[in-house]
Design a protein around this ligand. Structure first.
Ligand SMILES: Cc1ncc(COP(=O)(O)O)c(C=O)c1O
Length: 371
């Protein structure tokens, strides 16, 4: 039996009756486009995050784009983020017409390094986007301190960090705005695409609302050239059900991460993920690092254990961003992470037996496979 990287079917089976009723309701009421259930989810997720505004969107990517529009991005503006993220963070910067600027990450947490951040700020910098990568919150106090000093917005990319906490405050609710993805594999995932933008800033919220639905103030009266970036009704209803489980699912992920940490201690050259004491990670991804990453991955694949790499190429070295003219060794910490990271199976329904199988295969690999 293969140990799956993620088993969404198991999650569905655990909440099937509630999900089926929720889907049926949307169909019976034909509440498909945005509508009652998407709005209900927006209200509930705002309460969960403790923010005054929560706008459901068609994806995390569109949420990022809308948030940048809400922050009044103009051509020639510079937006700072990290190179070790999913490309959507940077695509949104491009879609808003701005120039992406990268800063390297901290070598312990692999999150935005505030020291390097300060050096990258220019008079053109308008927004900083820290990414709560793998579900670990970035150093928000330091980042916000620097942003305030230079009068710059902070947009949290919390697309992998639903329910994560920084000093007891929910990730995505700390900066000027925070965005989430509800891509099916996320800790809080839809049954299709979805996203959201949270903010306590009414001005930003108003602009997002305007651009989200074709720039309409009144039906068929368009004040700006907008987008169709609304959250789908079916996804709203499904997310409403799943929101009730997110904390218990995250706790299970944290338990699995702790088990892995314990069991992988001293195995080969493995470095397990680092969690800062004042933060609560939600382990969307459990990424180990090893100098034998590719061989280990091949061994696990051949022995029925799925794994993944997040991500094989940092954004500054992607072909799509070659016009920025970054080169190898510009961001050595992020580059090293991308060469050594291996994501192990993790999801709330994963059994202890599966965890043991994964760890035992890794142990065998290091005993027999590496001299
Ligand atoms: C860090 C990060 N940013 C942005 C996104 C984009 O979200 P989506 O796939 O919902 O557009 C994702 C998820 O895929 C992500 O992991």
């Amino acid at each position: 039996m293969t140990v799956k990287y993620l088993d969404l079917k198991k999650q569905y089976e655990s909440i099937k009756p509630e999900i089926d009723v929720a889907i049926r309701q949307v169909i019976d009421e034909t509440a498909f486009s945005y509508g009652k259930y998407a709005k209900e989810f927006e209200k509930n997720f705002a309460v969960y995050l403790n923010t005054s505004h929560l706008l459901g969107t068609s994806s995390g990517t569109s949420a990022l784009h809308l948030a940048l529009l809400g922050m009044g991005i103009n051509r020639d503006d510079e937006i700072i983020t990290v190179p070790n993220t999913f490309i959507a963070t940077v695509e949104a910067i491009s879609h808003a017409g701005a120039k992406p600027v990268f800063v390297d990450v901290d070598p312990t947490t692999y999150l935005m390094d505030p020291v390097k951040l300060e050096d990258a700020i220019t008079p053109k910098t308008k927004v900083i986007i820290p990414v709560h990568l793998y579900g670990q919150p970035a150093d928000m106090d330091e980042i916000i301190k620097i942003a305030k000093k230079h009068n710059i917005y902070v947009l949290e990319d919390a697309c992998q960090a639903h329910g994560a906490e920084y000093k007891g405050i929910k990730a995505g609710s700390i900066g000027d705005a925070g965005v989430f993805s509800f891509y099916p594999g996320k800790n809080l995932g839809a049954y299709g695409e979805g996203g959201a933008c949270a903010t306590n800033n009414s001005k930003i919220a108003k602009i997002i609302e305007l651009y989200r639905a074709h720039g309409e103030i009144q039906r068929y009266y368009h004040d700006v050239i907008g987008y169709n970036y609304r959250l789908d009704g079916l996804q709203g209803a499904i997310l409403n059900v799943k929101l009730n489980y997110i904390d218990s699912w995250n706790e299970k992920r944290r338990k699995i991460a702790n088990l892995y940490n314990e069991m992988l201690k001293g195995v080969g050259d493995i470095v397990t993920p680092y969690e800062t004491a004042d933060r609560k990670g939600v382990y969307h991804i459990y990424g180990i690092r090893t100098g034998h990453r590719d061989a280990l991955r091949e061994y696990l694949t051949n022995n029925d254990v799925q794994s993944a790499i997040h991500y094989p190429v940092p954004i500054h070295l992607q072909k799509a961003y070659s016009y920025l003219e970054y080169k190898k060794n510009d961001f050595p910490v992020a580059e090293n992470q991308m060469e050594t990271e291996l994501s192990l199976p993790i999801y709330a329904e994963m059994s202890n037996k599966d965890i043991e199988i994964v760890v035992n295969k890794i142990k065998v690999f290091f005993n027999i496979g590496v001299k």
